[in-house]
Every structure is written in C-alpha cells, then in structure tokens.
Design a protein around this ligand. Structure first.
Ligand code: IMP
Ligand code: ZN
Length: 343
C-alpha cells in the first residue's frame, strides 16, 4: 500500500513555491538573531511573531506577513543569500530533485541585483561537492497589486536573465486586488509570449471567490498560460475552457495551503485534487506554495493525497513523473528527470 511508501525518498518535482514563503521559521530566527545582536532590527523574534506550529494563516493575515514582517527581516544581500541557501537545503533534504522557485523582485538594492543574488546562491548551492541532486530554476512573479510599470520591469528582468536561470513569469499576489487592474497586464503577457516564446507562463488562478469570476478567468486564459495555480473557484464554463486548451495545461495544486488558509471547504478529502488528478486533458502537479508558512513539505503533500484519495504506489510515481512534461527548464532537464524519477 502507498501508505508504506517513503515519500521523502521519492524523487519529486516542485513547481509552485514562493521563495520568501518557503523560508523556515528557524532560518528566519537565525537571521533575526544576527541582526538583533548587531542592533540592525527592532522586529520581534520570528519564533514569537510566527510561533512554531501556527499554520492557520488565511488570505487576510497571510499577505501582510510579507509586507509588514518577512520583507523587513530579509532586506539585504546577506539575508537574501542566507535564506535562499537555507530554502534550497530544505527542499533537497525533502527529496526534491527539481525546483522552480518563484519570487517577486525587490529593490535589494536593485531589482536586478536581487535576481542576480538569488541566481548566484543557486549556483553556489549546485557547486557543492558532491553535487546535490536538486536542480533549481527561477520564475519571476508579477504581483497583481503592483502598477503596470513595475510589472513591465519584471518582464525586462525575464528578458535579461532568460537563458541564465530564469525560466518563467508568474502572476501572484492578493486575489482581493481587483480584476480591473489586471487588464493593464495584458500587453506584458502578450509581449512575453511574442518576444520570449520559450519562457513559461504560470498564473495564480481562481484562488478566492472574488478572483474566480468568469470575467477574470477568461482574461487570464487569454494570456495563454502553460500552467495555472490553485484553480479553486471556477464555473463549469471555465472548467471546460481549461480542458479544451490546445496544449495540456498544468495545474499546480497546493493542498495544505488551501486547507490551512480555509480557501476550500471539506478538508483534504474535499480538495479539488480529487476532481482533477485523473482528467486526461490536464496535468496535475503538487506544490507547497509557502512551506515556511503552512508547514507541509512536498513529501507530506504526496502522503496526503495517498491517504485521502487512496493513490497506489504506482499512481504516486506516475503523478510525480507527469510533472516532467510541464517543467519550464528545458529538454535536457526533462531527460535527467526521466532517468532519476521512480517508475
Ligand atoms: P516572494 O515573491 O519570494 O517575496 O514570496 C512572497 C510573495 O509571494 C507574497 O508577497 C505574495 O505576493 C506571493 N504569494 C505567496 N503565496 C501566494 C499565494 O498563495 N497566492 C498569491 N500570492 C502568493
Ligand atoms: Zn502561490
């Protein structure tokens, strides 16, 4: 039975993880101690601000955690490198062999230097001897709350770093920000499609009922995403549009995040993973979203689907391998993964 399977040892692909949300509380605490001792921060200790075991952040409390806390702690090149290396170490320890980490560029000190620092940390991590099994690529996020000019600068960064570790463009941010603001991003996503045809596009999609209107989802689908994340609040019409896409669209489903943040009802058994994982027109992949906040590593997400949806060992291996087809990291990487992932 799959319940006996070693989900940590299972080689896994993680395609939906936000860098700042993936930092463990212990790592944030380490950063805080150093800054506190140097008199560089007046913030409260992360272990008090976000006590170990607290995972019930909802859409109202989740986003301010970044804007009013984590971004003030991880606010210089040193802490960015330190936390990125720690995130990579956590993923490899959990048996992740391929990671697409996404992040919203910040001025640290410039947006370009922020991206370069993360790519440098990835290169440093991969240069270890013996080399870790994990390979990591970067997706740059447009925050839907930001003005078009900021969003355009994310596309410019994609142009600059495409071929140097950046493989995709994401739309993320608080789903409560209005659909009307999204229209101004259409030229950005169409420019991404025309000027960088191999850049992957992934969008946070129908995360909340306010961001699940047909009007918004029709708009997002018109940007021709390769993958969509969450996929919770959608009408039958949009469901059908997803199935009718020319190319199989990837669904990045994040069970623990959705359950802990009360984004769905009915607990794990009620999660729409059950609805989608066998739909032949799509490819489902499991993601952690923000393991530092919701506390469930990818191995646990596999254990959860085995437990709540009764997947056999064979089905678990098939589910993990299906993700290979929808990575943004290119054919060589796909070949490597086909060799090392369990059949
Ligand atoms: P960062 O982009 O590496 O700084 O990661 C944190 C950011 O990711 C947050 O400020 C949010 O904008 C975004 N984010 C993390 N999780 C979610 C999610 O579930 N939905 C939408 N945006 C998210
Ligand atoms: Zn996300």
């Amino acid at each position: 039975m799959s319940r006996m399977m070693d989900f940590k040892a299972l080689p896994k692909i993680e395609l939906h993880a936000h860098l700042s949300g993936s930092i463990s509380r212990q790592c944030l605490h380490d950063v805080w101690v150093k800054k506190h001792q140097a008199g560089e921060t007046t913030l409260e200790d992360p272990l008090i601000q976000m006590p170990l075991g607290k995972h019930d952040y909802d859409l109202e409390t989740f986003f301010p955690l970044f804007s009013s806390y984590i971004y003030h702690l991880v606010n210089d090149p040193w802490s960015l490198r330190y936390t990125t290396l720690s995130v990579l170490a956590d993923f490899v320890a959990d048996g992740v062999v391929y990671l697409e980490l996404r992040t919203t560029p910040r001025a640290l000190p410039t947006h370009e230097e922020y991206v370069q620092a993360i790519l440098d940390a990835i290169a440093e991590f991969e240069a270890q001897v013996p080399p870790p099994k994990l390979r990591t690529k970067l997706i740059l996020s447009i925050d839907r709350r930001n003005p078009p000019a900021t969003a355009f600068s994310v596309l410019s960064l994609c142009r600059k770093f495409y071929g140097h570790g950046v493989v995709g463009l994401d739309l993320c941010g608080d789903p409560a920000s209005p659909t009307s603001l999204l229209h101004s991003f259409t030229p950005i996503f169409s420019a991404a499609r025309s000027s960088l045809p191999n850049l992957g596009i992934t969008l946070h999609f129908a995360e909340a009922s306010c961001s699940g209107t047909d009007q918004e989802l029709d708009l997002l689908l018109s940007w021709r995403p390769d993958r969509i994340g969450h996929v919770i609040h959608l009408s039958d019409k949009i469901r059908q549009r997803i199935k009718d896409c020319d190319k199989k669209i990837g669904l990045e489903l994040c069970l623990s995040c959705n359950v802990h943040a009360n984004m769905i009802t009915g607990g794990f058994e009620g999660h729409h993973f059950g609805e989608w994982w066998k739909v032949p027109e799509t490819i489902v992949t499991l993601g952690t979203d923000d393991v530092g906040v919701f506390g469930s590593p990818l191995s646990n997400e596999y254990a959860l689907v085995a437990k709540h949806f009764g997947l056999t060992q064979q089905e678990i291996c098939d589910l993990a391998r299906k993700g290979i087809d929808i990575i943004f990291g290119g054919d060589e990487e796909k070949e490597r993964l086909r060799k090392i992932m369990w059949t």
